[in-house]
Design a protein around this ligand. Sequence first.
Ligand code: FAD
Length: 312
Amino acid sequence: MAELIDIAIVGGGPAGLTAAIYGARAKMNTAVFETAFPGGQIVSASWVENYPGFPDGVSGADLGDLFAKQAENAGAVFHNLSPVEAIRREGDHFVLTVGKDEVPSRVVILATGAIPKKLGIPGEADFTGRGVSWCATCDGPLYRGKTVAVIGGGDSATQEALYLTKIADQVHLIHRREELRATQCLQDECFFHPQIEMHLNYNILEITGENGKVAGVRLRSKADDTEKLIPVDGVFEFVGVDAKSELVKDLCDLDAAGFVKVDLNGATSCPGLYAAGDVTIYELKQVVTACARGAFAAFHAAHWLETRGRGA
Ligand SMILES: Cc1cc2nc3c(=O)[nH]c(=O)nc-3n(C[C@H](O)[C@H](O)[C@H](O)COP(=O)(O)OP(=O)(O)OC[C@H]3O[C@@H](n4cnc5c(N)ncnc54)[C@H](O)[C@@H]3O)c2cc1C
């Protein structure tokens, strides 16, 4: 068994990386375990305009890199390409299964975030990677001069639709409700953008294809049940996220949708197990809130360890 650490952080997104900064600065032996490389979901955001300190905005990839660098400078130890496969309680500590290793830790901060929801409609699985995408930054450049559909009505959908207008000739923004949920300034930009056509109050029935690639989307109006087929070359889905909470489902309380229940300090119902960011319950799932929750979780985790006596 590996050496006992103070704080094991599972997930290197904004919540986990901020927890790492606070944990390491509290002089706790702090390690971050990340499935891939640090940064989290924000790495797939083309441009972030609402994180304080960057008046002209910053690319999601750069922001993720900066968080990771700061956590590393603070003294956190990174284990990249190291997905945590299981977490169990053993006596007064936890044991993380990471590949062939068993890593004991006094405290665990779960910051595994969320994964984009899928629509589950016909054509989605068939054309995933062949026209259906969840990342405009990654796949947008494939649609230069083409037509794409963006599905969703929140900040991510509107923001990424605007980004895609810089590449594609036309963007169809499709939302199942009569009104968008996005921040008003993003809504205004989309409504007045000459390359964006809005399709509000439409259910998306199917992604159609031709020659193994996306060819269109079939929609049904919720107002009058009429259907229409819009020819598109690509479909980008931004319809919310599912919590990545499987690791702790038998250790602490989750809500009905699978999000981890935490108190204001980030503590779960299991002593010593904290959680922060998109994997937990709260409405405004953003970088700034994930960072704040990561800070709370690490601050209180360190305090909890100190009050119990670190060597205990
Ligand atoms: C396209 C897009 C655009 C966005 N734009 C903005 C924006 O402009 N402004 C804004 O504020 N927010 C934006 N967001 C939302 C923001 O990215 C998230 O709210 C934020 O990243 C949540 O941070 P997190 O650390 O909780 O989780 P995540 O960012 O999801 O990070 C979780 C990390 O945990 C890792 N992980 C998961 N399971 C394991 C495991 N078992 N073992 C080890 N590691 C694991 C994952 O690989 C991931 O790196 C956007 C999101 C998307 C998808």
